[in-house]
Design a binder for this molecule. Structure first.
Ligand SMILES: Nc1nc2c(ncn2[C@@H]2O[C@H](COP(=O)(O)OP(=O)(O)OP(=O)(O)O)[C@@H](O)[C@H]2O)c(=O)[nH]1
Length: 546
């Protein structure tokens, strides 16, 4: 079984599985935190936008709208307080009511705080009060006008009475009527007096004049005059007389003006308060937007930083992938395809190194097996010495070398004598053992490293003796023959000896003649020599010189 070579124990192991799992986990976590951060930021941004769009901006718009309506309300309040007729009052009231309705609707929609609502209620109350005052003023005005008319009617009556006096007395005018005319003018002038003090002074003068007139009135007018006086008393000096009405008029006017100004101020304040609130919300929105902008800026910078880190990490992982996996796999492929150890890289302790080491073991094993196979291919299966193929190959190479170097070369053909009989006598198994013994002895008998003994076929062996001349070849042949004889392997059926013997026929080429002789020829000559030895009785050697 093939086992991978072990890593150096001091080297820390980095499993590729762990490396890539950790790297991708880190990237995944960064990606996840990026996603969460972006999601959180977008949500915050959405909430801020929602708060601005759905809450603050509509509130500002409704505040502005209420403030605008309030400013219009100021205008109509002025119209109301200065209304000098009932139609004008009705128009002003209608406009005010319309504005109030709109304001109330918007106030409800804007969900404003209690203070604003109370202010609004106060405005409504003041407007009602103002309306009452203006109505009262118009009624008083009407009464004053009626009384004024009555005054002029009374004057006409006095005038007619004066004419009657003139007719009766024969004079063109009476001093009474003159005084009465002045009294009427003084009374009529009350209508143009716009100060209470003036009215008080005038009323005193009127009373004095009225008292004086009574002292100068003609006695013969009798009852007619007393009615006139009583009417004057009612029209000017009475409870509902012109003086009291004018005082009331001025007082109501003062109150109306005061209330009107107060209400206008109240409405203006209300509008200002709304404008202020709107400005505050506006400021808040701007502050929020600024905060959001700063947060988003920070997030963008953070995002950029994270993206940068991600790119660096991706680059690092890609580089690691290339260095740790791709480059090493290419190296491994080169190693496997070219069997060149320079491509073998097992520095890192991981799965690829494991594979590389396993391949390395396979390569070792294959090379070992190749060696063994090539050895087996050149070895004789029975005797374990070189076989004929090995001999043929080496013989041709040695022959070429000898030819080139002009060296002597010898070969010996060795044949075990009467081996057929040996087999017949002892059986094939014994025969095999005998051949093994002969081969081993022959091999051990050779002294030079370069000499080769091979099994040529059957019970025949061949010996290759490079750079060996005729004399040397004869000596080696004789040594071999002697070694087998010394073996004393019993061979009863042999007619040469009682033990196994060999016959050797050889051939030697001299250095000068090498070029004209072929390896086949040399073998043939050795075979002829062997034949001769056999013919002469065996257990002998003969080497031909070529
Ligand atoms: N046991 C055994 N016998 C073999 C082997 N190879 C060849 N032989 C036998 O060797 C014998 C050779 O016989 P022959 O060629 O007649 O030669 P010989 O009997 O030695 O006679 P000479 O060569 O004339 O002395 C044959 O009987 C072969 O069967 C082998 O590997 N094992």
């Amino acid at each position: 079984m093939i086992s991978a070579k072990k890593h150096n124990k001091s080297q820390k192991r980095f499993s590729l599985n762990k490396v890539f799992t950790s790297a991708f986990s880190v990237l995944f976590l960064i990606f996840l935190s990026l996603t969460i951060s972006v999601y959180y930021q977008l949500n915050t941004f959405r909430a801020a936008l929602e708060s601005s769009l759905l809450d603050s901006i509509p509130t500002i718009i409704s505040f502005d709208s209420i403030a605008n309506r309030s400013e219009r309300l100021v205008f109509y309040t002025e119209k109301l307080s200065t209304a000098d007729s009932h139609p004008a009052l009705r128009i002003a009231n209608k406009k005010i009511q319309s504005e109030l309705n709109q304001i109330e609707e918007q106030l409800r929609a804007a969900k404003l705080d209690e203070v604003v609502l109370k202010e609004y209620e106060a405005i409504k109350f003041e407007l009602d009060e103002l309306d009452d005052l203006v109505t009262l003023r118009l009624e008083t005005n009407q009464k004053a006008s009626d009384v004024e008319r009555k005054l002029y009617a009374l004057f006409d009556e006095a005038k007619a009475l004066s004419a009657t006096i003139s007719k009766a007395t024969g004079t063109s005018s009476s001093s009474w009527f003159e005084e009465f005319s002045q009294l009427t003018i003084m009374s009529a002038n009350l209508m143009s007096a716009d100060k209470l003090n003036q009215i008080r002074k005038s009323s005193q003068k009127i009373r004095n004049k009225y008292a004086y007139i009574q002292t100068i009135q003609p006695a013969y007018l009798g009852e007619r005059l007393s009615t006139l006086n009583a009417d004057f008393q009612d029209i000017v000096l009475g409870e509902q007389g012109l003086i009291n009405l004018r005082v009331k008029q001025l007082r109501i006017k003062g109150r109306t003006t005061g209330r009107g100004n107060f209400t206008e101020k109240l409405v203006s304040d209300f509008a200002r308060a709304l404008n202020f609130k709107s400005a505050v919300i506006n400021k808040k929105i701007l502050a929020n937007a600024q905060n959001e902008k700063e947060t988003i800026d920070l997030q963008i910078r953070l995002l950029g930083f994270f993206v940068f880190i991600c790119i660096v990490l991706f680059g690092f992982i890609a580089w690691q992938l290339r260095q740790r996996v791709i480059v090493r796999l290419i190296g491994l492929n080169n190693y496997v395809s070219q069997f060149d150890r320079k491509f073998l890289n097992t520095k890192l302790k991981d799965e690829i190194s494991d594979i590389a080491l396993t391949f390395d073991s396979y390569v070792d094993t294959i090379e070992q097996q190749k060696k063994e196979l090539s050895q087996l291919a050149m070895q004789d299966g029975l005797t374990k010495i070189a076989n004929r193929r090995a001999f043929d190959k080496l013989f041709l190479n040695t022959f070429d070398l000898a030819k080139r170097n002009k060296q002597a070369l010898s070969i010996l053909l060795i044949d075990v004598d009467f081996f057929k009989m040996y087999n017949d006598e002892y059986g094939h198994i014994k025969g095999d053992e005998a051949l093994i013994a002969v081969a081993t002895t022959l091999k051990q008998s050779l002294k030079r490293e370069v000499d080769l003994i091979a099994r040529y076929g059957g019970e025949e062996f061949v010996c290759l003796l490079p750079n060996c001349d005729h004399e040397g070849a004869c000596k080696v042949a004789e040594d071999l023959r002697l070694a087998i004889e010394t073996l004393k392997e019993p061979h009863k059926s042999s007619s040469v000896a009682e033990h196994i013997t060999i016959s050797i026929g050889g051939a030697t080429i001299r250095n000068t003649e090498v070029s004209s002789i072929s390896p086949q020829f040399m073998l043939k000559e050795a075979d002829i020599a062997l034949y001769r030895v056999k013919s002469k009785g065996r257990n002998a050697v003969q080497v031909s010189r070529l």
